[in-house]
Ligand binder design. Structure first.
Ligand SMILES: [Zn+2]
Length: 228
């Protein structure tokens, strides 16, 4: 159990997208979720001091393997990568070889679906393709079972969640922000944006939302810990 877990009973899940320069055409508004190379490195240097912060990546961008993997190795950190099955091998996206490299490095590879579309709006067959077929093809690529999923755009509803449960996923990530219980099936994440500073990430790591007064004490404790 980490310090944060002991004091708050929570973990902070961060969701990154791309790092550096995109190698594909981005969707509208997607650019604000791409962070700079130095910005990312500085954020990892902060995260390293907080074992209860979990790192995830969505969308399977090529920068996951080209930039994030060496940076994570440099700081001795692990992460989960949620990839879009139908994008594998496309320009700007991870290849199957990249996925195997991630797994070899001790990273977790999960599913972000087949075509990167909202699961909430899909009919039964299309939802099944997004959950079961995507999962199968990612498992074939990595040579490992896929047990975790992240909802595209963070969108979900009761039907999506029950289908994810029925499909046997052991953990599902959303983008609802705020802290999460370490062993919950549903894991909320904070989506990192270009405008975020390493100091802001540090603040998030130390201060669960909605508990401002109690968190002020924890922030001091966090700050003291960093000085040691
Ligand atoms: Zn996504």
């Amino acid at each position: 159990m980490t310090d944060r877990e002991r004091s708050t009973g929570t973990v902070l899940n961060l969701c990154f997208h791309g790092i550096g320069t995109p190698g594909r055409n981005l969707e509208a508004e997607e650019g604000r979720f791409w962070v700079g190379l130095d910005q990312f490195d500085e954020m990892l240097s902060v995260i390293r001091g907080h074992p209860s912060v979990r790192i995830t990546f969505d969308d399977g961008n090529a920068s996951d393997a080209g930039v994030a993997l060496p940076a994570l190795a440099k700081w001795g950190l692990k992460a989960s990568f949620f990839v879009v099955a139908a994008r594998l091998g496309e320009p700007g996206s991870l290849t199957m070889g990249d996925l195997r490299e991630l797994v070899r490095a001790g990273m977790t590879v999960g599913s972000h679906g087949m075509h990167h579309r909202s699961w909430r709006t899909l009919g039964r067959m299309a939802l099944r393709e997004e959950l079961s077929e995507a999962r199968r093809s990612i498992a074939v690529a990595t040579g490992k079972p896929v047990t975790q999923a992240a909802c595209p755009y963070g969108f979900y509803d009761r039907r999506v969640l029950s289908e994810l449960r029925r499909s046997g996923f052991a953990r599902v990530y959303t983008s609802d922000g705020g802290p999460a219980r370490p062993h919950s099936w549903l894991q909320s994440r904070y989506v990192v944006q270009r405008q975020d500073t390493p100091e802001f990430i540090e603040d998030l790591a130390c201060r669960p939302r909605g508990t401002f007064v109690a968190s002020a004490v924890r922030m001091v404790k966090c700050s003291i810990k960093q000085l040691r």
